[in-house]
Ligand binder design. Structure first.
Ligand code: PLP
Length: 454
């Protein structure tokens, strides 16, 4: 019964990313989700909700896909598990490696499978350090990340994440991590700065940091093609090629964290191609299996691969792996998921319906006195709420305006995400969203903003 589940939840379940006060007050789970079909989920209280955030921007093909469920069941019956250490593989993991590399941008050489975005980023940082040790430059180890970047919540990845919440009281960031300016034009204090000037400003900030720290101490730069959890912020024009030019000049590797953008969310297979930038490492997770099973991928570029291969000697075993690396069930889910993305044309749909969502959202709420900006790319959209449009001032965080609008939307049957930093409504629906469903999201957003902000 619901009462029994609520009691067990109160007594037993330590939920992640949840206000500790909820446990202290003995409150039960907010919502018990029981099913999903397409872009809708259902809960035990009988609600049917349009999931405008695809879980945590991960259920890209939508809920209830029988093809993936069947693939998982078949794999579990045939071979539920075998490890991938010491050159072992399964049919599923080898097949998926081929499918990932067929889709990866040019210049990438191999894929290493893990479980989630955080561990894939840990893998990528370890590979960067290993690479520089092979090259005999052990002092070149620092990693540059951006404020507002999100890269996970492990010790290293929580350090890379440029959000105070993930550092405070955890004694992070680790000393090898340094942060540079977020490419967040709207939040820059000088509103007269053009987008092109803002790109130049971000590049100058990066140059300053490199000069202050010394290029020979810096190994890599990590960034999401579009800032995600930090506010859903597409980069200003020309940002990635300009940043890449700086990195090349200082022999600093580029890690593109495509956990959100990989496999179609921007309307392109990867953000690397979308923004015309060549990474040395790509981090993938969510869209790889559409979250039907946990699986991540660290895709290694040729320049690093060539050096890693030189590093093999009699002690050349890579001391890095997990029991569940390349888990066959995750791999089976990945194969079925990537096939569905192709068969249903979901990369194209993310581009066309994503553009429609952004345009209709802008037309519906862009002129509201408390909307500062509607921005997005592909199937990502954000509505930034402001106290005063002209002054570009923000509400007091304690007022929780964004969370109130999201709660008003929920009453109307649509899930948006109150982004954790600032009053920003975030949208990242499944890539199979239709125009009619986009219309529903936009109408509910408009009515809910009117209800909460007038
Ligand atoms: N990188 C990015 C860009 C993410 O958005 C996330 C999760 O939201 C992660 C890494 C961490 O992935 P996970 O939660 O699977 O560890």
């Amino acid at each position: 019964t619901n009462d029994q589940l609520a009691k067990w939840d109160r007594e037993s379940f330590f939920h992640p990313s949840t206000h500790l006060g909820q446990f202290a007050r003995g409150e039960a789970a907010q919502r018990i989700v029981t099913g999903g079909e397409g872009v809708f989920i259902t809960d035990r209280d009988g609600n049917r909700l349009l999931d405008g955030f695809a879980g945590l921007y991960c259920v890209n093909v939508g809920y209830g896909r029988a093809e993936i469920a069947e693939a998982i069941a078949t794999q579990a019956r045939e071979l539920s598990y075998y490890h991938s250490y010491a050159g072992h593989g399964s049919e599923a993991s080898i097949t998926l490696s081929k499918m990932v590399m067929d889709r990866a941008p040019e210049g990438m050489a191999r894929v290493y499978f893990g479980l989630g975005g955080s561990d894939a980023n840990e893998t990528n940082i370890k590979l960067v350090w290993y690479y520089n040790n092979i090259l005999g430059r052990p002092e070149k180890k620092k990693i540059i990340s951006r404020w507002r970047g999100y890269h996970g919540s492990g010790l290293m990845t929580g350090s890379l994440t440029g959000l105070d919440l993930f550092h405070r009281k955890f004694d992070l960031p680790l000393s090898q991590v340094i942060h540079t300016e977020a490419p967040y034009h709207f939040r820059h204090p000088d509103p007269t700065m053009s987008e092109a000037d803002f790109t130049a400003h971000c590049v100058a900030k990066l140059e300053e940091l490199i000069a202050a720290e010394g290029a020979d101490t810096i190994a890599a730069f990590i960034g999401e093609p579009v800032l995600g959890t930090g506010g859903i912020v597409p980069p200003p024009a020309g940002y990635w090629p300009a940043i890449k030019a700086v990195l090349d000049r200082h022999d600093i590797l580029l890690i593109l964290d495509e956990v959100v953008t990989g496999f179609g969310r921007l309307g392109s297979m990867f953000g690397a191609g979308h923004y015309g930038v060549q990474p040395d490492l790509i981090t993938c997770a969510k869209g790889l299996t559409s979250a039907y099973a946990p699986l991540s991928a660290s895709i290694v570029g040729q320049r690093m691969w060539d050096v890693l291969m030189q590093g093999t000697d009699e002690n050349g075993v890579l001391g890095h792996g997990w029991t569940y690396s390349a888990h066959p069930i995750g791999a089976a889910a990945g194969i079925a998921n990537l096939k569905l993305i192709d068969d249903l044309g979901l990369v194209e749909n993310a581009g066309t319906v994503g553009r429609y969502l952004n345009e209709t959202m802008r037309a519906a709420v862009g002129d509201h006195v408390h909307v500062g900006e509607v921005r997005g790319e592909g199937m990502l959209c954000a509505v930034e709420l402001v106290a005063d449009r002209d002054k570009r001032s923000f509400f007091d965080a304690a007022e929780g305006k964004g969370a109130k609008v999201v709660a008003a939307m929920l009453k109307r049957g649509v899930i948006a995400r109150a982004m954790p930093q600032g009053d920003i409504l975030g949208f990242a629906p499944p890539l199979c969203l239709t125009q009619a469903e986009a219309d529903q999201i936009v109408a509910v957003t408009k009515d809910s903003i009117a209800e909460v902000l007038g």
